[in-house]
Design a protein around this ligand. Structure first.
Ligand code: UDP
Length: 476
């Protein structure tokens, strides 16, 4: 790719303040600096800014990359509580309150354009008010982005909110391109009974707001989601699928940066699991991680523990300090966790538990043969590129849609949504790692090949990054 250091365009990045949003946007900002010679100003909340600084290694940042932060309007122990709907709502409100600060900051910087998260409409508001071009970065899958653009129709058709007593297996027939694929249970979690109307309205409003952007960036690739990307291009004629971004970034900067660069991680990684993985046979380990937000009840936690032990497979489990919600009827999570950790120590070869893993490296490790995941979009594309098949247990937002695509469209995994009893966990892990292994691995390997091809020079995502650079330069 040509580096043109003439007039450097300046892009302000505005991610939604959560791990799954900060990380891909951070990687895109780095790519635009590395490849386009751009200046990037990455705007975090103060809390996330402090977290990100802890994980950045020397040499992590390219020339032209700077940070600015917006004040937090939520308590700093949000990490401990952010799975609760009320805290999510609080977060949304606080973001709206940041608008005057963001407006002031953009007015001072007068950038070439803003790249705003698809659920940060204040970015679009400010851009329109100040007459600055704005591009949306939706950090979800194309399939889920497309579903969100049909939320209003689903509400008008009285399909959403899904009633408490509804048959969750009933097909959804009214979303073009997804007929025969989605059932009620595969719609985003906010469509389910009990979601407070303000949350549903928030997503309706944010989705509509994205239409003001002049283009759409997605962390996906043509080989995976071509048909849905085409449909989204009817809304956004300028569309840039540049995923998997971590693959693109590692291709572009491979000689300049160590593999261990944190790339937008907000938590410190426990690398001890890499040594444990080195001692495991090839493709034997199931990696278990439910991302940065999903929390289990203690009952669910105990069922997963038994299911994993009964599967007979070695497992590496990410148990964050805020992974388990309190409940009275079952042993406290502290007891379960200490039992789990001492069990791990006694039977060192069978399992390893860490608070936060270097996930991209774990997935690329030779010993990993399967991924039990919550189907967050970053985790999904990371697994796709690594060629690791998935057992999916989705809980929140886009995860229900992603897991359905993994199992029934791309056929690179199994979907166990809405079930968590120990026998289902055991059976699903065994099917993934033994029973249906050959069939699922065949499509997983094919998809990984397409993912690698897309981020190589001449591949679709590489080409789309070049197009994005040309497009932003044209705004100068
Ligand atoms: N992640 C990680 N270490 C872990 C667990 C997760 O580095 O132990 C990273 C993972 O690689 C992914 C991100 O955290 O990039 C989680 O994003 P995702 O969209 O999968 O889920 P979310 O956290 O938004 O639910």
């Amino acid at each position: 790719m040509d580096r043109q250091p003439t007039v450097a365009p300046h892009v302000v990045f505005l991610p939604f303040p959560a791990q799954g949003h900060v990380k891909p946007m951070f990687m895109l900002a780095k790519l635009l600096c590395h490849v386009g010679g751009f200046q990037a100003t990455f705007v975090n909340t103060e809390h996330n800014h402090a977290l990100l600084q802890r994980t950045l290694a020397a040499g992590d940042l390219p020339a032209g990359f700077t940070f600015l932060s917006l004040p937090d309007a939520v308590p700093h122990d949000r990490e401990q509580q952010q799975s609760s709907i009320s805290t999510v709502r609080e977060l949304f409100n606080s973001i709206r309150n940041s608008k005057p600060d963001f407006r002031r900051l953009v007015a001072e910087l007068s950038p070439t354009c803003i790249i705003a998260d698809g659920i940060m409409s204040l970015g679009f508001d400010v851009a329109v008010e100040l007459g600055i071009p704005v591009i949306a970065f939706r950090t979800f899958s194309a399939v889920c982005a497309w579903v969100y653009f049909h939320l209003r129709d689903l509400i008008e058709q009285r399909v959403v909110p899904i009633p408490a007593d509804a048959d969750m297996d009933q097909p959804i027939t009214s979303i073009p391109g997804l007929e025969g694929i989605l059932r009620r249970r595969d719609l985003p979690s906010i469509c389910r009974h009990g979601t407070p109307p303000p949350i549903l309205n928030f997503f309706l409003r944010e989705t509509e707001s994205m239409r003001r952007a002049s283009g759409l960036i997605l962390n996906t690739f043509d080989g995976l989601e071509g048909p849905l990307i085409s449909r989204l291009s009817t809304i956004f004629p300028k569309i840039f699928p540049v995923g998997p971004l971590h693959g693109l970034l590692s291709n572009v900067v491979k000689e300049e940066e160590p593999l261990t660069a944190s790339n937008g991680g907000l938590k410190e990684e426990d690398r001890s699991c890499m040594t444990w993985l080195d001692s495991q046979p090839s493709r034997s380990v199931i990696f278990v991680s439910f991302g940065s937000l999903v929390a289990l009840t203690e009952a669910q936690f105990v069922e997963f523990w038994h299911g994993l032990v009964n599967s007979g497979k070695p497992f590496l489990w990410v148990v964050r300090s805020d992974s388990v919600l309190g409940e009275d009827e079952v042993p406290s999570s502290v007891e379960v966790l200490s039992g789990l950790k001492s069990g791990a120590a006694r039977d060192g070869s069978r399992c390893c538990v860490v608070d936060w893993a270097p996930q991209v490296e774990v997935l690329a490790h030779e010993a990993v043969g399967g991924f039990l995941t919550h189907s967050g979009w970053n985790s999904t594309v990371e697994s796709v590129l690594a060629g690791v098949s998935m057992a999916c247990w989705p809980r929140l937002s886009d995860q229900q849609v992603n897991s359905r695509a993994v199992s029934d469209v791309w056929r690179i995994g199994l979907d166990m949504k809405d079930t968590w009893d120990r026998s289902t966990v055991e059976k699903t892990v065994r099917e993934l790692m033994e029973g249906r292994r050959d069939e699922i691995m065949k499509s997983t390997i094919e998809m990984a090949g397409m993912a690698r091809g897309s981020v190589e020079e001449g591949g679709s995502s590489y080409h789309n990054l070049e197009k994005l650079i040309v497009y932003i330069r044209s705004m100068c």
